[in-house]
Design a binder for this molecule. Structure first.
Ligand code: F6P
Length: 326
């Protein structure tokens, strides 16, 4: 008999499409195993304040296709403090919660790692962030949907860019990482992709664009990761556009549309798979670890590694992206 009887589940940090599918999978897997499930609303803030809700199977009906998170989310300041974490632990104990599944990214797992070191409570993480920047997992929930949102928007911008012979700088999210930019840039045939992980790209961009103009390129789409350059896409545009001949320049910041929308099939499937695996891990007495995907297999990655080690982008993708955009 598993010693865990009642688990909590929360979402924290930036929401990501597919989080609801993960909540559904955690809830139903736990109920299947005879556990009680408590939804913790508003992330770690809800843990501190006792925003708890008993979850039955019907509470997660009709949500697999919905973006956002039915449990709400927050970037909790309180949980960064020892006092806040103490409050949180007391609320969990009062409610008899003896294991928690946390769905989120880097900040979420950093909090979970510290909490798990301070208090005797098993925590298992599910990677959920559009940024895909977590070490130890090939994919995070929401990344695929965000990529599809980006390419749909960029395809539309391409129509107007080529109609006017324009140079478009399009900023995508990703925090300090270039995963969204790199993959969406390849997928929409961007002429250049500017990411934080590669230095001096902007220095060479102007010459590259002039070359393209000589080759009679009618438009250029430059995907800029938000963390790649001071001022983001506006900053890059300012750096290259002075006296630019041939093209007029426009800048588009895609912003938070990248975080919303109905999750893709891949995100729904992955979220369901990871949600199931997370409860399995708790029942198996695992703790302080994230369930990730490595080469399409479930992998248990200690929070320590997931938050402290750096996930590398595949810079070689830029090489073929450059070749394909001539
Ligand atoms: O981590 C997800 C993310 O969307 C990042 O790509 C972005 O930098 C950040 O969150 C934006 O955060 P907020 O919604 O708090 O402005």
């Amino acid at each position: 008999m598993a010693k865990i009887k009642r688990i909590g589940v929360l979402t924290s940090g930036g929401d990501a499409p597919g989080m609801n599918a993960a909540i559904r999978a955690v809830t139903r897997t736990a109920l299947y195993h005879g556990l009680e499930v408590i939804g913790i609303r508003h992330g770690y803030d809800g843990m501190i304040n006792g925003y708890f809700k008993l979850m039955k199977t019907f509470h997660v009906s009709d949500i697999i296709q919905r973006g956002g998170t039915i449990l709400k989310t927050a970037r909790s300041e309180g949980f960064r403090t020892p006092e806040g974490r103490k409050e949180a632990y007391e609320r969990l104990k009062e409610r008899g919660i003896d294991g928690v599944v946390v769905i989120g990214g880097d900040g979420t797992f950093t909090g979970a790692r510290i909490f798990g070191e301070e208090y005797d409570i098993p925590l298992i993480g599910i990677p959920g962030t559009i940024d895909n920047d977590l070490y130890g997992t090939d994919y995070t929930i929401g990344y695929d949907t965000a990529l599809n949102t980006v390419i749909e928007a960029v395809d539309k911008i391409r129509d107007t860019a080529s109609s006017h012979n324009r140079l478009f700088f399009i900023e995508v999210m990703g925090a300090e990482a270039g995963f969204i930019a790199l993959r969406s840039g390849v997928a929409c045939g961007a002429e250049a992709i500017i990411i934080p992980e590669v230095k001096d790209q902007v220095k060479n961009l102007r010459a590259f664009l002039e070359e393209g103009y000589k080759r009679k390129k009618s438009s250029n789409i430059i995907i800029v990761a938000e963390g790649a350059y001071p001022g983001g896409a506006f900053g890059v545009a300012d750096a290259v556009k002075d006296d630019f001949e041939g093209y007029s320049v426009r800048v588009t910041v895609l912003g938070h549309i990248q975080r919303g929308g109905s999750p893709s099939a891949f995100d729904r499937f992955t979220a369901s798979r990871l949600g199931y695996a997370a409860v399995d891990a708790l029942l198996d007495d695992q703790q302080s670890a994230m369930v990730g995907l490595q080469n399409n297999e479930i992998a248990l990655v200690p929070f320590n590694k997931a938050v402290k080690l750096h996930k590398e982008v595949k810079k070689e993708y830029l090489e073929f992206a450059n070749v394909l955009s001539i």
